[in-house]
Design a protein around this ligand. Structure first.
Ligand code: PAF
Length: 316
């Protein structure tokens, strides 16, 4: 299968390495020329779960024209880069080709559908742990399933969906097809709503949320609002989101959440696709979401200082 991956972050690189190793033709599309140059000249080093170093020479390009039509396009960019990634899809999707988003948050599917329509889109959710150590070096930090399914409006055939699941399995990944992918997307979203912004603001590691009652209270209130929003929108996530959040905090106790990592690296966060989407949906569905609105505003204010260096404009 010819596969394009838009976004060589930790997850994109990991999937590229494993899929290429299993015999698929994989192409990575980057949007940062200096990183493309680095990845072209150097092997990607993947530190496996057993602590072994493995090197991979990947096909990395800067322009979608250099790849051409593919059977499968994975979108693994940060949520705020989805619009730019979606603009590449017409060049990358062969007739009958499929695009699969494996991103955090919600709203990514709609952005992609605005360019190529919903018919050939798939959604996926992964709880795999992969950490970017530096350009060209990643660590596989935790196992977790990859769930794939058809979102509303998708007309991807059973045969194609199964073939894609088999391709992931062939790469040694625990990939499963799910009938209700939107419930799975929301299951993950509800966890991200609680953990990500609160850890980014407090700089606590995930496990520390369990021993900081004030932080836990805020995270829980945000999740409760998101849960009400999910129900009002007709989605059916798994019950007891707070006990699931507790389990995730325990299972990933030493991890810094992806949003805390973004803040520490002075990168734009995915707040708009996580708590921000809860606020937007809450307005439409008339569900009150004051905690999510506050968390979104605080992270945006934090980003302003970190990303644009706005802290420096305050001078004597
Ligand atoms: O975004 C993240 O960091 C992860 O989805 C999670 C589950 C919160 C663990 O850190």
């Amino acid at each position: 299968m010819k596969i394009a991956i838009i976004g060589p972050g930790a997850m994109g690189l990991f999937f590229a390495a494993r899929l290429q190793e299993s015999g698929q033709e994989v192409w990575l599309l980057d949007y940062r020329p200096e990183r493309t140059a680095h990845l072209k000249q150097h092997a990607l080093r993947l530190i496996t779960l057993d602590g072994e170093d493995r090197d991979y020479y990947l096909n990395v390009v800067y322009e979608a024209h250099a790849i051409g039509p593919c059977d499968l396009t994975l979108v693994t960019v940060k949520a705020h880069q989805t619009e730019a990634a979606a603009a590449q899809l017409p060049l990358l999707m062969a007739d009958g080709g499929v695009a699969l988003t494996l991103q955090n948050g919600i709203g990514n599917l709609e952005t992609m559908a605005a360019v190529v329509g919903p018919e050939r889109l798939l959604a996926g959710v992964t709880t795999l742990g992969v950490t970017l150590l530096e350009i060209g070096r990643i660590r596989h930090a935790g196992q977790g399933p990859v769930l794939i399914g058809r979102p509303p409006g998708a007309l991807v055939t059973d045969e194609t969906l199964r073939l894609i699941v088999e391709v992931f399995r062939g790469a040694g990944l625990d990939c499963r097809e799910t009938a209700d992918i939107m419930a799975a997307v929301w299951d993950k979203l509800l966890i991200n709503v609680g953990i990500n912004s609160v850890t980014a603001l407090t700089r606590l590691r995930n496990g520390q949320l369990l021993i900081a009652p004030e932080a836990w209270r805020v995270a829980s209130a945000a999740v409760q609002e998101a849960w009400q929003t999910a129900l009002a929108s007709g989605v059916k996530p798994s019950p007891e989101p707070l006990s699931r959040m507790r389990q995730v905090c325990q299972a990933t106790a030493n991890n810094r959440s992806s949003m805390l990592q973004d803040v520490l690296a002075k990168r734009q966060t995915e707040i708009d696709a996580i708590n921000g989407q809860i606020v937007r949906l809450g307005i439409t569905l008339q569900v009150a979401t004051p905690i999510n609105a506050l968390l979104t505003d605080l992270i945006k204010a934090l980003e302003l200082g970190l990303v644009s260096g706005a802290t420096n404009v305050i001078s004597e």
